[in-house]
Ligand binder design. Structure first.
Ligand code: KIV
Ligand code: NA
Length: 263
């Protein structure tokens, strides 16, 4: 399979084709996902929940993420490797640059950071030093204690307008990709149409350029509350690799997400 780069994602957007993204935290699952055709692998700070058993992503450290990035990078194959900057990496510009450098040295090819338009300065500093950035908007799990739960964001015209504007400001600052989590499908479409850069969605409707899910949700090994936007692809699959293939094909053909997965 051809190596996926930012240009590949950009080309998919311009051709009106979707691309598939999936979290991965180690070499074996990264290898299986990559060989199933997945375009982008994310070492997400969701590892704090699905691997470490915490009920939020806040306890995850830069060392935790670096360890899992090194593991995942060895199995990533052709897929593009995106990695999360953990909680408080954006505390100061100095810390942001140091943490991003640590991720890039560990094997990241694109770093993801949560934050609204105030992240513009940090994103500018990163991109001018050669670190491509994905800006995560909508539901940002690192702010869960402020939001008061994992709730849909961008409901109502004013909130939706705010998110569209934040996305534009962050792209202007240099963000190469936008990730939108848990927003109404209509807003997912509006942000995707408003931007020249690829938009990845999770619980953001069927119209974003890419779709992402947490691997454990795709495999049905999540316990506790399952969000509306997830689908267990293991149900109709005879192997883990087949489940990843079914997910990839469902994204490519826009069979996933279906209306029941959207807000
Ligand atoms: O940490 C993560 O897995 C994420 C995705 C849910 C987008 O940020
Ligand atoms: Na994350």
């Amino acid at each position: 399979m051809k190596t996926v780069t930012l240009s590949t994602l950009q080309a998919h957007k311009h051709a009106g084709e979707t691309f598939s993204c999936l979290t991965a935290y180690d070499a074996s699952f990264a290898h299986a996902a990559s060989h199933s055709g997945i375009d982008v692998l994310l070492v997400g700070d969701s590892l704090g929940m699905v691997l470490q058993g915490h009920n939020s992503t806040l306890p995850v450290t830069i060392d935790d993420i670096c360890y899992h990035t090194r593991c995942t990078a060895r199995g990533k194959g052709h897929s593009l490797l995106m990695v999360d900057l953990p909680f408080m990496s954006n505390a100061t510009t100095e810390r942001l640059l140091e943490d991003a450098a640590a991720l890039m040295r560990a094997g990241a090819e694109l770093v993801k950071v949560e934050g609204e338009s105030w992240m513009a300065d940090g994103i500018r500093e990163l991109t001018r030093r050669g670190v491509p950035v994905c800006a995560h908007l909508g539901l940002t799990p690192q702010t869960v204690y402020q939001i008061g739960g994992y709730k849909v964001q961008g409901r109502g015209a004013a909130q939706a307008e705010q998110i569209i504007n934040d996305a534009k400001v962050l792209v202007e600052a240099g963000a190469s990709v936008i990730l939108l989590e848990c927003v109404p499908a209509s807003l997912g479409k509006a942000v995707t149409d408003a931007l020249d850069v690829p938009v990845i969605g999770i619980g953001a409707g069927p119209d974003t350029d890419g779709q992402i899910l947490v691997m454990h949700d795709v495999l049905g090994v999540t316990h506790g509350h399952t969000p509306r936007f997830v689908k267990n692809f293991m149900v109709d699959a005879e192997s883990i690799q087949a489940a990843f293939q079914h997910y990839h094909e469902a994204v490519k053909t826009r069979a996933f997400p279906a209306p029941e997965h959207c807000f």
